[in-house]
Design a binder for this molecule. Structure first.
Ligand code: GTP
Length: 582
């Protein structure tokens, strides 16, 4: 990623995660060195009075600096550029050949062959051969296989990453090119799919963490798209060539800003590492400011932004890693996902930075690892986001249960019971529905004599007994202090009376141990049957009236609302006294 900024490092904001990437690269044959013509190489910086001939003469005289073209080699950023001589070694093969430069440098490379001069650049959209994920030059058929190839790396604002050179046969070149295209397309497809998914989730769940994640992965995709040249070839986005210089570093800075905002929310730093939120927030704001400075077109601001970008990037990467480690240590489950996706970033950044100073020249696959790393990280973080959604759903379920249940007795509270009873009445079921209104007798006396705690224990015992006596489909709730309600779906008056009598008996049989003596409870129950046009309120009102009748008639009994009973029916059919316990 840093290739997009003008500092000497080619590190990516990507993630090294050796196992999977190596496996993937191996599968695609990208990391395997292919049969290619052995090459010698030499280079030196361009001087003003140079001609192609003088450089070649100097090469033959052994005056240029030698290097191995099959290993990564960096040419320093200079105001004049660098000459590079590639000398194919025997056995020579005069078949159709292609010279490739990998990874593709951001600037222009001029080839001064024996024929005409040709410019190679990512943002060259002419009809000539381009190569995908690398620069390619088709060696003219007229050029002898042993002929020297002279290249000039033109001066460029962006730093050239270390590159390696290969001369391959046409068929070998095509095979490798196709493999790279499949590999890169798969990685970009994965990243973009995750971005789309995250955007949908952000809109549907109204959770901004998904939006930050989408922004982060999108910026990373853009960085990789420019850096690997995928957006130039095969996508042929010619409009990008003018803005790549600006868009690249802006995407780098924005990706860190989005990553910081995402990380703070995703790893719940507010809970697990509140102090670290301040520097991470400062990092996000600072990165956004760098983007604005770069876009300002004020030379001084652009220069300052360029100088600050790389150090801030490094500090930011370490800061996010430390924050994730702290969050993991303090119990954040999500921080694990972040660590798995992010930790390899530092290894890759360190490795690619080391390559700039000449280390690890054989690890040219680190470049493709950054691309695959982006896809891998997108998947890991998406799994993390799915896990987060699961936890949020679980928390919501718990909250819902807590909100619907009465804290003391654990039966439905009045609001939840009313909601469900209304839904049942509104369902239009033709079945009869009975409502039982239960009020404990002389509960105030019990409270006054035995204390509030004993009263509470009695309420819990009663609720348990009622729940045990009723069917699971009956709707039991606590309506008020010592009042309970039960809605029986499909119960005729007689059945409702039977159930109510059973409940009355059961409550009276309860024994609440108080001191050494058991405490005897009793309950008065009013029963009402749903009539046409009833709502919960009217049904409860009639059951309540019936309950008062039961109280007035001596308590510990069940009373059916009078309108439910025909005028000629004996009084005993509406009032049932439960035998008293001594
Ligand atoms: N321990 C306890 N008592 C409660 C709770 N909610 C209400 N109460 C008490 O229940 C009592 C209800 O008293 P009243 O409405 O006068 O009725 P009662 O004493 O049962 O008399 P009758 O209903 O006429 O038999 C009051 O003393 C309330 O303080 C509770 O959650 N726990």
């Amino acid at each position: 990623m840093e290739r997009l900024i003008t500092v000497p490092a080619r590190s990516r904001h990507g993630r090294p995660w050796p196992g999977l990437v190596l496996g993937l690269l191996w599968l695609l044959g990208l990391g395997v060195s292919h049969a290619a013509t052995p090459l010698n190489g030499a280079w030196r910086e361009v001087r003003t009075d140079d001609t192609a001939q003088t450089v070649l003469d100097e090469y033959r005289a052994g005056l240029l600096k030698n290097f191995d073209p099959s290993l990564l080699q960096q040419f320093p950023r200079s105001s004049t550029g660098s000459w590079v001589v590639i000398a194919p070694q025997p056995p020579w093969n005069n078949d159709e050949r292609v010279l490739t430069i990998y990874p593709p440098p951001m600037g222009t490379v001029t080839v001064l062959g024996t024929g005409e001069t040709q410019s190679l650049a990512l943002d060259d959209f002419s009809e000539t051969l381009h190569g995908h994920g690398r620069l390619a030059w088709r060696v003219p058929a007229t050029q002898a296989a042993s002929a020297l190839i002279l290249l000039r790396f033109e001066p460029n604002l962006m730093l050239s990453a270390p590159v390696r050179f290969q001369i391959q046969t046409w068929s070998e070149y095509l095979r490798q090119d196709a493999r790279w295209l499949v590999f890169a397309s798969a990685c970009f497809a994965v990243m973009l799919a995750m971005v789309l998914m995250a955007l949908c989730f952000a809109l549907m769940l109204r959770d901004v963490a998904y939006a930050w994640y989408a922004g982060y992965i999108l910026c990373y995709t853009l960085i990789q798209g420019i850096q690997t040249g995928f957006m130039f070839h095969p996508l042929e986005w010619s409009w990008l060539s003018g803005v790549a210089l600006m868009a690249g570093p802006a995407a780098v800075a924005l990706s860190v800003a989005f990553a910081s905002l995402f990380m703070m929310r995703f790893c719940e730093l507010q809970r697990h590492a509140p102090l670290l939120r301040v520097p991470i927030m400062a990092l996000a704001v600072g990165m956004i400011q760098l983007v604005l400075m770069r876009c300002s077109h004020i030379a001084l601001l652009v220069e300052v932004a360029q100088i600050l970008l790389n150090p801030l990037l490094m500090i930011g990467a370490v800061l996010l890693l430390v924050a994730a480690i702290v969050a993991v240590a303090r119990g954040s489950r999500q921080a694990w996902f972040f660590l798995i996706g992010w930790t390899p970033l530092l290894l890759l950044t360190a490795s690619t930075s080391a390559q700039v100073s000449g280390a690890l020249p054989q690890l040219d696959w680190l470049n493709d690892a950054s691309l695959a790393g982006g896809a891998f990280e997108a998947i890991v973080l998406s799994l993390g986001l799915a896990d987060r959604a699961l936890i949020l759903r679980h928390d919501r379920d718990i909250v819902r249960v807590l909100a619907d249940r009465d804290a003391l007795t654990n039966v439905l509270n009045r609001r939840a019971w009313t909601e469900r009873a209304s839904a049942l009445l509104a369902s239009g079921s033709p079945q009869p529905i009975a409502l039982l209104f239960l009020d404990l007798d002389h509960f105030k006396l019990l409270n006054d004599r035995q204390g509030h705690n004993t009263g509470d224990r009695a309420l819990v015992a009663v609720a348990k007994a009622l729940a045990a006596e009723l069917r699971p489909s009956d709707l039991l709730g606590r309506y008020g202090g010592e009042e309970f309600v039960a809605l029986l779906d499909g119960a005729m008056p007689q059945q409702a009376m039977h159930v109510a009598i059973r409940l009355c008996r059961r409550v009276h049989r309860l024994e609440i141990p108080v001191s050494d003596e058991p405490l005897l409870l009793s309950v008065s129950i009013g029963v009402a049957i749903r009539r046409e046009g009833d709502d919960v309120e009217s049904l409860v009102e009639r059951a309540d009236q019936a309950m008062y009748d039961a109280k007035l008639n001596g308590r510990n009994r069940v009373c059916l609302h009078e309108e439910t009973v025909s005028p000629n029916a004996p009084a005993s059919s509406r009032l049932h006294v439960v035998e008293k316990r001594e």
